[in-house]
Design a protein around this ligand. Structure first.
Ligand code: SAM
Ligand code: SF4
Length: 440
């Protein structure tokens, strides 16, 4: 392969769709292409390369990407040297089909092959097409360039686990991200130390099934306790977890590890045992409720978040009422709810489907209940003192915005506070999606 053009005048625009894992992957792709002379731009019109980092979790994902590529056609016509690439789960699922439908696409790369991006970019620069949707043996994160020491904001994502072996009947993740793989804990600790040196104070550990992490003898709890020893790292979070992987050590850590924040995203999907079984979730409603009781026993003030799917094949009104009842029993401070969306190749896609208008009606009812709980829990923070990690300046002069331990957005008038400071704040008001406070 010829020597790459590493002149520092090329611009890269990445558009990121979907989850936090894609946000992390986009950062790492930008770093690895930095070695090829690219710096990032926020304007596609300025770019020499455009990458769409895609998500395939719900319906019409691929169609959205084809429409976006259609919109980019004009740019490519004006700038024939512009390189266009598709990364992420749609790239994995569609593969060569993308180049067939949109021949202007130069590069298609699946989520497990990002470390091969520099070589792919070189091939594209020579006028070749580059396609890689393998599941290679080597760890993409290890071979990707390490994080630069440049100063960065106070919060960061860090992927520790990828893929999934659980095969829930609705979900494409085991097919697009592959089998469960954990990164060795020493590499994660090293990356966390580099992040802290660059100014990071809070790290959110990411994985499709993060609590199934097995890159440390002590599982995810073992990793968290090692991170607890990293000087300068003040806060640890993790997402997304599966109920069956909440082991005793992790539950206990919620009560004993001061750096582990009192917030847990623990999706249940449905409150009906019949539907949980049809979804292949491998736990019952009662097991989930008892688990939450144990976690709250360890950390009574924990704010719980969840995911819900309504209108899964076979869901009756009584099954849906079981979900509403579970929500009332458990109480969520934050939640994501979706209409079931058929994903070709997954078992549930073949089953008799619930009508769209029934799904929509149930979604509205569930969201009304979840919204009410979210507001009540937010309002109950008034009069409480929380610790806020300040992340950015607010819209009004003298105002800064940050996150409480419970992941609530909090704004306050400040005078001697800098980005990255953690300060005690008394909550005085609750607005639609944020809390207002006064520095104590
Ligand atoms: N591993 C996590 C778990 O087991 O709960 C979830 C990760 S999944 C990437 C994120 C969420 O997307 C799921 O919790 C589910 O609620 C939603 N989801 C996945 N497939 C879906 C589908 N076919 N239709 C609707 N929502 C879906
Ligand atoms: Fe998808 Fe989560 Fe189920 Fe895995 S455990 S198949 S990621 S919903």
């Amino acid at each position: 392969m010829s020597a790459p053009n590493k002149s520092n005048n090329k611009k890269l625009f990445i558009k990121t769709y979907g989850c936090q894992m894609n946000v992390y992957d986009s950062e790492r792709m930008a770093e690895s292409l930095g070695g090829q002379g690219y710096e990032t731009t926020q304007t596609p019109e300025d770019a020499d390369m455009i990458l769409l980092n895609t998500c395939h979790i719900r319906e019409k994902a691929a169609e959205k990407i084809y429409s976006e590529l259609g919109r980019l056609k004009g740019l490519k016509a004006e700038k024939p040297d512009l390189k266009i690439g598709v990364a992420g789960c749609v790239a994995q699922a569609e593969g060569a089909e993308i180049m067939k439908r949109q021949p202007m696409v130069d590069l298609v790369v699946g989520p497990q092959s990002y470390h091969r991006l520099p070589a792919m970019e070189e091939a594209v620069t020579k006028g070749e097409k580059a396609l890689d949707t393998d599941f290679p043996e080597d760890d993409k994160f290890e071979t990707l360039k390490s994080r630069p020491k440049a100063k960065r904001g106070p919060t960061a994502f860090l992927t520790v686990q990828e893929g999934c072996d659980k095969f829930c009947a609705f979900c494409v993740v085991p097919y697009t991200r592959g089998a469960e793989v954990s990164r060795p804990s020493e590499r994660i600790i090293r990356e966390a130390q580099e992040l802290v040196e660059a100014g990071v104070r809070e790290i959110t550990l990411l994985g499709q099934n993060v609590n199934a992490y097995h890159g440390h003898d002590g599982g995810l709890a073992g990793l968290i306790w090692d991170l607890d020893k990293v000087d300068g790292l003040e806060r640890i979070r993790f997402t997304t977890s599966h109920p069956n992987d909440m082991d005793d050590a992790l539950i206990e850590a919620h009560g004993t590890c001061d750096k582990l924040m009192p917030y847990l995203h623990l999706p249940v999907q449905s409150g009906s045992d019949k539907i949980l079984k049809a979804m292949n979730r491998k736990h019952t409603r009662d097991e989930y409720i008892k688990l939450i009781e144990r976690i709250r026993g360890a950390r009574p003030d924990l704010l719980l978040s969840g995911d819900f799917i309504v209108g899964f094949p076979g869901e009756t009104e009584a099954d849906f009422e079981d979900t509403m009842d579970l929500v009332r029993t458990v109480g969520y401070g934050q939640a994501y709810s979706f209409k079931y969306s058929t994903r070709p190749g997954t078992p549930a896609a073949e089953r008799a489907q619930v009508d769209e208008d029934v799904k929509l009606d149930r979604l509205h009812r569930l969201q009304a209940l979840l919204g009410e709980q979210q507001r009540d829990i937010q309002d109950s923070m008034i009069g409480r003192k929380v610790k806020v990690l300040f992340e950015k300046h607010g819209r009004e002069a003298g105002q800064m915005i940050g996150k409480s331990e419970y992941l609530h957005a909090v704004f306050a008038e400040v005078s001697d506070v800098s980005i990255g400071d953690i300060r005690d704040v008394l909550i005085v008001k609750s607005e639609r999606n944020s809390l207002g406070g006064e520095i104590c």
